[in-house]
Design a protein around this ligand. Structure first.
Ligand SMILES: Cc1cc2nc3c(=O)[nH]c(=O)nc-3n(C[C@H](O)[C@H](O)[C@H](O)COP(=O)(O)OP(=O)(O)OC[C@H]3O[C@@H](n4cnc5c(N)ncnc54)[C@H](O)[C@@H]3O)c2cc1C
Length: 428
């Protein structure tokens, strides 16, 4: 809806000034594609800006998927725009030796945008170090927007009549406010995001739980299953931050726990944190939560450390006295991947909880399921077809496991899309 409005608004605005739109078809195509591309770029920029209203409504997966899609469509529109400009102005327009500043600005913005496409693909295929990749991505993204704004301003086409100028000024002010809010206002109010490490507990050979308490404030409320970006340091003006699900109960917002699996440098540093160390939390974010759902019961499917959002939901249900039935299916490679088993037992006494564990390489004495999380394993654990229709399904874990479980639920059992909730930890 917002996207449609933003893309169509400038076209409608142009229709109010038909004398500005030349009769040359190339010119018209170039104008419409440029306006649509600029609007899409703006939405693509706003989406990952951590506005809680957006992240809690769409969830991190949909935010990033839409961000990528909109940026790709915008890049395609920019290519059509450049082709149509060449169509009506001729190739000489791109001669940078004689080109005016508006062409320079457009060239820089276009090249930065086109560079972002292979950069995004490298991220998914080669997995370079995230921080360096993110810095380059953010820098190029800002260059695209800045170059585009200068191009429109110097072109003096859209801005030379009242409605066009108002639209451009509105977007510019919105953008500046958003940037200031994201990078200055929120870190500046860091006294509301500060927490202090209480303890670090070892959960397995490769996972720890970091418990923190709110420092100088009551603790920010969250919904069970949501996550926060964690930063280390006295101040919140720190570039490196990583997302972790809050594994503790939402009923106790002043104390938050994160169970972290060591995957790289940051998660290893967390394992070595000392009590008393100051951290900052940017959150809560995410739509992976049972709050607001009116289902008869839940099925939680977790792979490895994907247990963390389920744990928060179970702990919160127990504290709230919620007795709706829950089936918890936990899958892993070895027994080391089954985190918080003691908590499951303890929670089982306070909840209507059934636990199914699946291991690819089980220990000698094992009475759970063996192998992968397959259709048969899920079928044996779930209630009959009629009972399944009124449940909500939460799946969290490695990408292939989430994809397999979602396929089984959707294709084999016809569970409607709106009842399946997924969270991927390697989403970027
Ligand atoms: C919504 C969400 C919730 C998560 N919850 C948990 C949790 O409860 N427990 C847990 O152990 N892990 C969780 N993760 C994964 C966790 O964020 C990464 O494992 C961690 O950031 C790895 O950083 P690293 O430096 O240790 O490893 P690296 O080797 O640097 O990164 C390994 C992978 O982690 C991802 N990653 C790294 N840095 C970031 C970043 N700043 N932002 C986003 N993704 C990044 C990338 O996919 C990267 O390829 C969650 C991820 C997301 C998106």
């Amino acid at each position: 809806m917002a996207v449609t409005l933003l893309v169509t608004a400038p076209v409608v605005v142009l229709a109010t000034a038909p004398d500005r739109v030349g009769s040359n078809p190339w010119e018209r195509v170039s104008l419409v594609t440029s306006l649509a591309a600029a609007s899409l770029l703006l939405v693509a920029f706003v989406l990952p800006s951590r506005l809680r209203a957006i992240t809690t409504y769409l969830g991190v997966e949909r935010v990033l998927r839409s961000h990528r899609l909109l940026a790709l469509v915008a890049a395609a529109l920019v290519v059509i725009h450049v082709a149509s400009v060449l169509g009506h102005a001729g190739p000489g327009v791109l001669d940078l030796r004689t080109a005016p500043p508006r062409v320079w600005a457009a060239t820089v913005a276009t090249l930065a945008l086109l560079a972002m496409v292979p950069l995004a693909m490298t991220r998914r295929k080669r997995r370079p170090r995230y921080e360096g990749w993110r810095l380059l991505h953010v820098a190029l993204g800002n260059l695209v927007l800045f170059g585009t704004a200068l191009h429109v301003f110097w072109l003096h086409d859209l801005t030379s009549y009242r409605w066009g100028a108002a639209w451009f000024a509105g977007l510019l002010v919105g953008l500046l406010l958003l940037t200031a809010y994201r990078w200055m206002w929120r870190p500046w109010r860091s006294h509301q995001t500060a927490y202090v490490v209480d303890e670090v507990r070892v959960e397995s050979a490769s996972a720890v739980t970091v418990a923190v308490h709110a420092d100088g404030h009551a603790g920010v409320d969250f919904r069970p299953g949501q996550f926060a970006w964690l930063k280390l340091g006295e101040s919140a003006f720190v570039f490196e931050e990583h997302p972790f699900t809050i594994a503790s109960a939402a009923t106790r917002p002043w104390r938050k726990e994160f169970t972290v699996k060591a995957l790289g440098d940051f998660s290893e540093i967390l394992a070595g944190l000392r009590p008393g160390r100051r951290v900052h939390l940017d959150g809560p974010h995410g739509a992976f939560t049972l709050d607001g759902l009116r289902s008869d019961g839940f099925v939680f499917v977790a792979g490895g450390v994907g247990i963390t959002p389920m744990l928060s939901m179970l702990r919160t249900m127990a504290d709230r006295g919620d007795r709706r039935p829950v089936l918890l299916v936990v899958a892993g490679r070895t027994a080391d991947d089954l985190l918080h088993r003691a908590d499951h037992e303890h929670l089982g006494q306070r909840l209507d909880l059934r636990l199914v564990e699946v291991l690819e390489e089980p220990p000698e004495e094992w009475d759970g399921e063996v192998g992968w999380l397959t259709r048969d394993v899920l079928a044996s654990a779930l209630p009959g077809r009629r009972g399944r229709a009124h449940l909500d399904y939460f799946v969290c874990g490695p990408g292939p496991m989430v994809a397999a479980a979602t396929r089984i639920l959707e294709d084999d059992w016809g569970v409607p899309d709106r009842r399946i909730h997924t969270e991927l930890f390697d989403v970027v």
